[in-house]
Design a protein around this ligand. Structure first.
Ligand SMILES: Nc1ncnc2c1ncn2[C@@H]1O[C@H](COP(=O)(O)OP(=O)(O)O)[C@@H](O)[C@H]1O
Ligand SMILES: [Mg+2]
Length: 262
């Protein structure tokens, strides 16, 4: 049982796409997967073909009353993973929850028992360093960092590292579990230089698999389908399959596993 938070204090770097791509592939490999949408924009929820307006429960209620656990808010998806969805309610929740005692522990508390029902829990966080991102980092064992192959990537990592140092006051064992370079166009030399420099600095933390820039990955969420269903032969789908295999190797899980691993 591993809880991974996909965190980066920046939008548009591939957090949601990677949560979805890896989450569905892990489920495909027979693992029990729970995805948690902690972004008020509900991108992850909608990309799984679920309409937030039709939901009875959401992650908002989980955060409001964490000692009730998280099970009541879990919905199955058509693509393998279970989901704790986000709705627009979450947008106003930050203020409501800000005054709570132990406000950064809400998600961790709610998952106390639920996490043991899954092999992997993947938490998709919003782009800002607000209460939700901190809740994701406090609930997580490790952070999986999607790093866009962009000139600003070099600045984003030190920021994330100092945030992790602060969050360790509440979650002392938190560490970066891996870095995935996303939206890579290997035809451009700038992209290649950035990728190389990320590898030089972060070494083995960086996954060998890179996620290429692939327009299919933009279309899939609009169709409410994961890339593995929407365009299984696309470069994007292949990259997330490879990344998931590499992740399973890192965690010592055989790729043909069809049972739990806790
Ligand atoms: N590898 C990729 N190639 C092309 N477009 C991508 C890729 N990964 C993500 N995108 C697109 O870029 C936008 C931002 O990605 P997203 O995963 O939503 O980032 P975040 O969750 O970090 O804000 C979305 O429109 C998404 O479809
Ligand atoms: Mg997102």
């Amino acid at each position: 049982m591993t809880v991974l938070a996909l965190t980066m204090q920046k939008g548009g770097v591939g957090k949601t796409t990677t949560t979805l791509g890896v989450g569905t592939e892990l489920a495909q490999a027979g693992l029990r997967v729970l995805l948690i949408d902690l972004d008020p924009q509900s991108n992850l929820t909608m990309a799984l073909g679920i309409n937030p307006e039709e939901l009875q429960h959401s992650v908002y209620e989980v955060l409001l009353n964490p000692t009730a656990g998280a099970d009541f808010a879990i919905v199955p998806t058509a693509y393998g993973p279970d989901l704790i969805p986000a709705t627009l309610e979450l947008a106003g929740a930050e203020l409501t929850l800000a005054g709570r005692f132990g406000r950064e522990l809400l998600l961790r508390t709610a998952l106390t028992e639920t996490r043991y029902n899954y092999d992997f829990v993947l938490i998709d966080s919003p782009p800002s360093l607000g209460l939700f991102t901190v809740n994701a980092m406090v609930a997580a064992d490790e952070i999986l960092v999607p790093l866009q192959a962009h000139v600003f990537a070099r600045k984003a990592m030190p920021q994330l590292e100092s945030t992790i140092a602060l969050v360790r006051q509440s979650n002392p064992l938190l560490q970066i579990g891996g870095i995935v370079v996303t939206m890579v166009d290997r035809r451009t030399s700038v992209n290649q230089l950035i990728e190389e420099s990320i590898r030089e600095t972060y070494g083995d933390l960086v996954y060998a698999t890179v996620i290429p820039f692939n327009v299919r990955l933009v279309e899939a969420p609009a169709a409410g389908q994961p890339i593995s269903r929407y365009a299984p032969d696309s470069a994007g789908a292949r990259a997330y399959r490879d990344l998931t295999q590499e992740l399973l190797q890192r965690y010592g899980i055989k790729q043909t596993t069809t049972q739990g691993t806790d």
